[in-house]
Design a protein around this ligand. Structure first.
Ligand code: NAD
Ligand code: UFG
Length: 348
């Protein structure tokens, strides 16, 4: 059985689905601070059987001990965490407590229970403003400018030191680039509970007429069209990356770092025009100054994951946008005329 912390969240839910489709038993542990039980029901609907679910906090050592005592956990995918950059600036202690202390508590409980296989949701944010593109795992980690990024880098350090001190650990640090998209069925996707910070969820709400305009943060970057370039990766490809990492860690000990990205970057304007092309929906834009802390360019060299895990992202930008839009239309229906929605769903 595999424990997925944060499995009611966006990425964890897709990972849980793919693990279950492969035949693994999955236990989700989530405190639901940024998700809801509905997602667990949706996972059951998509897969055709229910995952286990424990409503608990990764900072709660006693709850974790009980989980490891009661269930035959062989490995953990640790997705639980806080991820809003702006909020992390306002509430740094909450971020360090959840993302760093929560990870420490989880690792302590795992070690005491004799479970030494761990896949961790890290982030390309640990590279900071990397001078070299594409970014390989050998690139030095940078100095993240916000507590969220710092907490991810600190958690990585915790896990590296831990594995260096005890050869029984097999740890995969998965550095996600920019996960977007949704499950192909339209039944699972990202459900922002606050105003979205990230491009895609914000764009979807503008396209769905829940918000007036997409603000483009910066049009004077040293990029071909002046807007920021990122490596968007389909959440289903990302989920597959976790499965491959888990297989690798069954055979290998130590700490292994993999970038999960496509290797191709798109600018904000390229994303918007691809979205308009795929869905037929126009997205009103407003150009604004750069967002503090943003970098101009960030895309992966995914060669290590390809070589070691046999993993490459299979879905392109248009597919990501189509799947994200299907999720949005089916679950947050607002836009008129309805034909627009139906047309984009049929295209999928
Ligand atoms: P999410 O907020 O949708 O999911 C995180 C889940 O963790 C939520 O269900 C939340 O309720 C749960 N959680 C938070 N604190 C918890 C705690 N103390 N105990 C138990 N559960 C807790 O976010 P996501 O996009 O699915 O991200 C998952 C992980 O991937 C996070 O660690 C995030 O930092 C990392 N990550 C995300 C992105 C991205 O763009 N989405 C990029 C890089 C890394
Ligand atoms: N952007 C806009 N308008 C918006 C939101 C974003 O123009 O409303 C732009 C940003 O300036 C940036 C691009 O869209 O150029 C992508 O921004 P996101 O906020 O979607 O993503 P980031 O690359 O800033 O950060 C994301 C996650 C981090 C993670 C990082 C890894 O939020 O948690 O990817 O690369 F660490």
């Amino acid at each position: 059985m595999i424990l997925v912390t944060g499995g009611a969240g966006y990425i964890g839910a897709h990972v849980a689905v793919e693990l279950m489709n492969r035949g693994d038993a999955v236990l989700i542990l989530d405190n639901l601070c940024n998700s809801s039980r509905t997602t667990v029901q949706r996972i059951a609907k998509v897969v055709g059987r229910e995952p286990g679910f424990i409503h608990a906090d990764v900072r709660n050592r006693r709850a974790l001990d009980n989980v490891f005592k009661e269930y035959p956990i062989e490995a953990v995918v640790h997705c639980a965490g806080l991820k809003a950059v702006g909020e992390s600036v306002r509430e740094p202690l909450r971020y360090f407590e959840t993302n760093v202390s929560g990870s420490v508590t989880l690792c302590q409980a795992m070690a005491d229970a004799g479970v030494f296989k761990l896949v961790f949701s890290s982030s390309a944010t640990v590279y900071g403003d990397c001078a070299q593109m594409p970014i390989a795992e050998t690139c030095p980690t940078g100095q993240p400018t916000n507590p969220y990024g710092q907490s991810k880098l600190m958690a990585e350090h915790v896990m590296r030191s831990m594995a260096a001190s005890d050869g029984r650990w097999s740890v995969g640090l998965l550095r996600y680039f920019n996960p977007i998209g949704a499950h192909f069925s339209g039944q699972l996707g990202e459900t922002p509970t606050q105003t979205p910070n990230n491009l895609l969820p914000y764009l979807l709400q503008v396209a769905n007429r829940e918000r007036d305009v997409l603000r483009i943060f910066g049009s004077d970057y040293p990029t071909p069209d002046g807007t920021g370039i990122r490596d968007y990766v389909h959440v289903m490809d990302l989920a597959e990356g976790h499965l491959r990492a888990m297989e690798f860690l069954r055979e290998q000990t130590g700490v292994h770092i993999w970038n999960l990205g496509t290797g191709r970057g798109y600018s904000v304007l390229e994303v918007v025009s691809a979205f308009e092309r795929v869905t037929g929906v126009t997205v009103p834009l407003a150009f604004e100054p750069r967002r503090p802390g943003d970098i101009a360019r960030c895309w992966a060299d995914p060669g290590k994951a390809a070589g070691q895990l046999g993993w490459t992202a299979r879905h392109g930008l248009e597919r990501m946008l189509q799947d994200a839009w299907r999720w949005q239309c089916l679950n947050f229906p607002r836009i008129e005329p309805r034909e627009v929605v139906l047309r984009s769903i049929e295209q999928g």
